[in-house]
Design a protein around this ligand. Structure first.
Ligand SMILES: [Zn+2]
Length: 162
């Protein structure tokens, strides 16, 4: 597993239990898809996740020992519930760098673009004072993001209440 041997960044696919880690990785700019995006109840979901990981060259993140074993070098077994420890695990493995890229929507993985004034005005949760902030928009979710804000806001964005 040598993710930094080229220009391409590590991409991930995460199991259903790793929603917070999925959102965190997206905030860090890493292309991360989730098993939650697959239709539920598929008895062969583990095999589908492995197929997707291979086909799209993604690292499989899972809390399932058997699935991690099947994934071999392509999988990372995640056994802690603490998302910060999970992130540190991936840093220690050399898979990601600690950063906040604010380049992807945490809910759907879509690349964000700069928000327009109208879009900022349309979001009731936007900060009242816009100075010092940079605003981004997810076209798919119609959701506003911003950076330059306080840590509290970051936490709100990582764990959105919806
Ligand atoms: Zn989105």
């Amino acid at each position: 597993m040598s993710p930094h041997n080229g220009a391409a960044e590590t991409r991930f696919i995460a199991d259903r239990m790793l929603g917070p880690l999925t959102r965190y990785l997206r905030f860090m700019g890493y292309d991360t898809i989730s098993a939650n995006g697959l239709s539920p109840g598929d008895p062969r979901e583990d095999t589908r996740l492995l197929d997707l990981a291979c086909r799209e060259n993604r690292i499989l993140l899972t809390g399932d020992h058997e699935l991690a074993r099947r994934g071999g070098a392509r999988a990372v077994l995640v056994t802690t519930d603490d998302v910060l420890v999970q992130v540190q695990l991936l840093i220690d493995r050399g898979l990601i760098k600690r950063r906040l890229a604010m380049s992807r929507c945490s809910l759907c993985n879509t690349l964000l673009r700069t928000a327009t004034d109208d879009e900022i005005a349309s979001a009731p949760y936007a900060p009242e004072k816009r100075e010092g902030f940079t605003f981004f928009w997810c076209d798919r979710c119609g959701r506003l993001y911003w950076n330059g804000s306080h840590r509290k806001h970051l936490q709100d964005r990582i764990e959105p209440n919806d």
